[in-house]
Design a protein around this ligand. Structure first.
Ligand code: KG4
Ligand code: ZN
Length: 339
């Protein structure tokens, strides 16, 4: 079965062609970062309009590169949520229309499920069950994954998501949106000496997170030290060290609590190399195998949607098409329009 994937939940247009026999055949990604940069965050209406412009041409390109024609497609998967309503509707409308036109199932994919399963696109895919740390711009979750569709939430953020904390801290340090990757580069220049930020909620039991206090700590430090060159790199480093340490402590706790020895990192922040390095050190000490997607599949992308869509289509899932025509329709059954 060949599945098309469409991701339009936020500010990235992603499309992909996944073939059950050959794996991922082609994928395309367009980031709207430059479009939203001037506003310091995603402008939902601009995001939707750009998805409208980009999705179909990108799908055409990906299908051409994969050498597949409409008759080869077995299902069309699109991100059904969570995400920005208008942006989601673009992918849903395109995905469902194509599926309807081609007479194949349309599969509405859960964005977070797709992130969680993204490492399974790699050569060394994790087996079930595993613990997953999902760290993105909108979510920070620890999840026990027993099989596709069987998820137990172990921990969640009480306030900001980790990616959001990276973005807000970056903004305070004058970095453009989205600030995660730029903050990581800045942190690399820091010594890690002198400043030490709190590791929120690590001194009490439980697997929940909270990052708003850390953000306040950054605000106060910026006020105290300013954002001149050296202060800036040290603040970035201290912030990243605190986040990484916190995530490592909670993951270790989740592994011990569940007794599992497989850990998956997913979501945009899992592209962070300092996080990956610290996690792999912890995993080694815990005799745990660590899995993560290649960096381009950590952030939003179409490949993870095509893959999750394939897993669900294979199981027979398909959405009922809401727009139907009515070939037999007696005139007298009509009612006057409501005023
Ligand atoms: O998964 P994702 O693309 O979108 C959501 O579903 O939210 O995650 C985007 C988030 C942004 O907050 C971005 O700043 C962060 O992931 N991010 C990073 C890095 N790359 C992306 N944060 C820290 N270090 C990175 N290298
Ligand atoms: Zn995402």
């Amino acid at each position: 079965m060949i599945v098309l994937g469409i991701e339009t939940s936020c500010d990235e247009t992603g499309v992909a062609v996944y073939d059950a026999r050959h794996g991922l055949c082609a994928h395309r990604l367009f980031s709207q970062a430059a479009l939203h940069g001037d506003y310091g965050g995603v402008v939902p209406e601009l995001a939707s309009r750009d998805h409208v412009r980009k999705t179909l041409p990108m799908l055409r390109d990906a299908m051409q590169e994969a050498g597949v024609h409409k008759g080869d497609i077995g299902a069309v998967a699109y991100t059904a949520g969570p995400g920005l309503m208008g942006a989601l509707l673009v992918g849903a409308a395109i995905g469902r229309s194509l599926a309807w036109a081609w007479g194949v199932p349309a599969v509405g994919v859960h964005h977070m499920e797709a992130h969680l399963l993204a490492p399974m696109l790699e050569d060394t895919a994790p087996e079930f069950p595993f613990v997953a740390l999902l760290v993105s711009g909108g979510h920070t979750m620890l999840v026990r994954v027993d099989e596709v569709g069987r998820y137990t939430r172990l921990g969640d953020t009480l306030d900001d998501a980790v990616g959001e904390a990276f973005d807000k801290t970056g903004k305070l340090l004058g970095l453009p949106y989205p600030a995660g990757p730029a903050l990581e580069r800045l942190a690399r220049q820091g010594t890690g000496q002198g400043l030490c930020f709190p590791r929120p909620m690590t001194d009490r039991p439980g697997l929940d997170f909270s990052f708003s206090g850390l953000k306040t700590h950054v605000v106060n430090t910026v006020r105290r030290l300013g954002t001149e060159a050296q202060a800036r790199v040290e603040i970035a480093r201290a912030f990243q060290d605190a986040v990484v340490d916190t995530l490592v402590i909670k993951c270790r706790r989740a592994l011990r609590q569940t007794g599992l020895q497989r850990l998956v990192l997913a979501g945009g922040v899992s592209a962070n190399t300092a996080l990956r390095a610290a996690m792999s050190q912890m995993a080694e000490a815990e005799e745990t195998t660590l899995y993560y997607p290649r960096p381009e599949f950590c952030t939003d992308n179409g490949a993870m949607i095509a893959y999750a869509g394939y897993l669900r289509a294979r199981g027979g899932q398909g959405e009922p098409l809401p727009f139907t025509a009515t070939p037999r329709w007696p005139l007298e059954t009509l009612a006057p329009p409501s005023s």
